[in-house]
Design a protein around this ligand. Structure first.
Ligand code: CS2
Length: 496
């Protein structure tokens, strides 16, 4: 960091160019997953709510494992800035809503204690698709997972679902005050999904340990669903310098975000809630439709752009969408393969929504990286592709561009012998990467690899595993990418 040594660290006492939006008078929310997305999304909405209504909705933030953000927040009076970035310029806001921060992995018993505390009335979660200990093979809580198994034995819980379940158990004993658990991850029906996994954990506890808490869940705990949306890239040293220059104080952990932001929430809060509508949140009974529209049109297409872009040798999403062929593929997958599977929420103009997506992806000042969007495909894609693909296949249509998305994923994460997917693909990470490398090393060709991954390994769920024609099409496209390049594969998928 090249920061002027005379500058002071950001704190409530530092005269900075921007003051914190609020100072909460109390704490009502525990947030699990203190990453950039939470800090640029729910924190901003909560600041708007407190600014409008006042109140005790301050947030205790629990990071999963990393100390970096927690330590920096403590050094900065729990403050950080959100930089809203567009080609027109950068503007800063300091939400100021956090009242404490800690690392859940270091102090799991603290998570349980906070959930048991009557002052906490909402637990919000951004633990990523991978953080729910869900097994796509069994479609239940992953009881083979070592962490889940250890959490069921007792002791301080390490899995998010274990922490929620143990926390609710402690709360049931402590006075059984109402509370809501609000998932803010990109999962279909994320509230129901979380509830199902928490209940499965409780039901798996030995010998009737859970009957009281299950009764408490029925009476006083809700799990609203929500759809969250804001493109939030990883922070960079350049942004830290820029923000420090703008603020006149050192902020080691600024968060970059695009101007667009959206939050659609099911209004089912057992212990009250902040007036998040002050920040523009929409309370609706149609969250499932918002989630479906967003996870498919935005996230599904985003994955395609990231894989094709990385294979084309470009590092950012705006560069990728600036390539005509990739833009054609993105438009094609969105219109012809995702859109038919979506029930558009009442009042949403789908054409305007799609046009806005192209503008958002094209935000060159934000520099969202293909490697970031392309990472963790094994857990992200199963939210994005199986249902629209199955719908098309059921109607006798091959979803060629969804197949190309999977082919792009496999080419980046499980390259077959002799194929070099390039530096951006090599920089992607994925929890399944090692397993995929083993499958790729034993595969004869792309079709064999795709069959192993989709059919034998059920990486995208058991229903898609019955679709041999889909796996074969993915495999053909893997081979086209490998033999003739990504442009040839796009042309093939677009003309099919
Ligand atoms: C992206 C999302 O990384 C990804 O997979 O598609 O993080 C996307 O930027 C957000 O969901 C936007 O709300």
């Amino acid at each position: 960091m090249t920061i002027n040594a005379d500058l002071r660290i950001l704190s409530r006492a530092t005269p900075a160019a921007t003051a914190p939006l609020v100072t909460p008078t109390g704490t009502g929310i525990l947030h699990l997953g203190l990453g950039s997305f939470h800090r640029a999304h729910q924190a901003m909405y909560t600041a708007a709510a407190i600014a409008q209504d006042g109140g005790d909705w301050g947030i205790i933030g629990a990071a999963s494992r990393s100390r970096t953000v927690v330590d920096a927040m403590h050094a900065q009076d729990l403050l950080y800035s959100v930089a809203t970035i567009s080609p027109a310029g950068t503007s800063l806001a300091i939400p100021g809503v956090h009242t404490d921060a800690f690392v859940a992995g270091d102090e799991p018993e603290r998570v349980v204690a906070h959930i048991a505390d009557a002052g906490i009335r909402i637990v919000t979660l951004t633990v990523t698709e991978n953080g729910y200990s869900y097994s796509p093979a069994t479609e239940h809580l992953d009881l083979d997972d070592e962490t889940v198994r250890a959490d069921l034995q007792g002791g301080a819980p390490r899995s998010t679902i274990g922490q929620l379940a143990r926390g609710l158990q402690a709360r049931a004993r402590a006075g059984a005050e109402p509370i809501s658990i609000l998932s803010c991850d990109n999962l279909a029906a994320n509230g129901k999904h979380t509830e199902k996994l928490v209940r499965e954990f409780l039901q798996a506890l030995p010998g009737g340990e859970a009957s009281d808490v299950l009764d408490y869940l029925d009476r006083a705990v809700t799990f609203p669903s929500s759809m969250v949306d804001r493109i939030v890239p990883s922070t960079t040293a350049r942004l830290r310098d820029e923000v420090t220059g703008l603020l006149g104080a050192v902020d080691a952990i600024p968060v970059p975000g695009e101007p667009f932001t959206m939050w659609a929430i099911e209004d089912a809060f057992a212990g009250g809630r902040p007036a998040w509508e002050a920040g523009g949140a929409v309370f609706t009974s149609e969250v499932a439709r918002y989630e479906q529209m967003k996870v498919r049109l935005l996230n599904g297409t985003h994955s395609l752009i990231a894989y094709l872009g990385a294979l084309r040798g470009v590092g950012t999403i705006p560069e990728a969408i600036g390539i005509d062929r990739i833009a054609d593929a993105a438009r094609g997958v969105m219109r012809n393969e995702y859109e038919p599977s979506v029930d558009v929420p009442t009042g949403v103009d789908i054409r305007a929504y799609e046009a806005e997506l192209f503008e958002r992806w094209g935000n060159s000042a934000l520099g969202h990286q293909t490697r970031q969007v392309g990472s963790d495909g094994s857990v992200k894609l199963r939210q994005r592709i199986p249902e629209p693909a199955l719908l098309a296949l059921g109607q006798g249509r091959m979803p060629h561009l969804i197949a190309l998305t999977v082919a792009g994923y496999l080419s980046c994460h499980a390259p077959l012998g002799g194929f070099d997917p390039g530096v951006h693909a090599a920089a992607m990470t994925d929890p399944a990467r090692e397993r995929l490398a083993v499958l790729a090393s034993g595969a004869r060709d792309g079709v064999d690899l795709a069959r192993r991954v989709i059919i034998d390994h059920r990486l995208f769920g058991s229903e898609l595993a019955h679709q041999d024609a889909f796996a074969a099409r993915v495999g053909e496209l893997v081979d086209t990418i490998r033999r003739s390049g990504v442009d040839a594969a796009i042309a093939d998928a677009l003309s099919a």
